[in-house]
Design a protein around this ligand. Structure first.
Ligand code: ZN
Length: 148
């Protein structure tokens, strides 16, 4: 548990109107709404992050971020997806869960040295602190447990 609740701020893009919102994750249990279009921002599940938002949403987050690199055609990714969903709802407010479509973020995938999917990378304070490749539920759980 963190005592500095005010520092759990992340910047995420509204999936409806695409404006960037600063969100205090320590209040994620409340229903957040977009500052522009007032539609709900659901943070108890992985949020889709595009390549251009990786810096601000993942690297500049003040909470750890677990990033799930996947592709729609990837069968093993479909095994990992429910695990990511489950962890996201378990750790709402303490860890941000992001998903990145590697087909849409090829430069970024290269820069992050993604050699196979699914790959899960845990970032803390802008640095990689752990990585899991393939279906490794125990490893992923312990990675997330290590930062919460
Ligand atoms: Zn919006």
């Amino acid at each position: 548990m963190t005592t500095s609740e005010a520092s759990a701020v992340v910047t995420v893009r509204c999936p409806f109107c695409t404006s960037l919102n600063k969100v205090d994750l320590s209040r994620a249990a409340d229903c957040h709404e977009c500052g522009e279009c007032k539609k709900p921002m659901l943070l108890d599940r992985p949020i889709r992050v595009e390549e251009q938002d990786f810096q601000i949403t993942v690297l500049e987050a003040t909470v750890p971020v677990l990033v799930y690199f996947y592709a729609d055609w990837c069968a093993p990714c479909k095994m990992v997806a429910p695990l990511v969903d489950e962890l996201a709802s378990e750790h709402t407010g303490r860890v941000l869960f992001a998903k990145i479509d590697t087909d849409r973020a090829q430069q970024l995938s290269l820069a992050q040295n993604i050699r196979g999917i699914p790959t899960l990378i845990l970032f803390s304070e802008g640095k990689e602190v752990g990585r899991s490749v393939g279906f490794e539920p125990e490893k992923v759980r312990s990675l997330v447990a290590g930062v919460t």
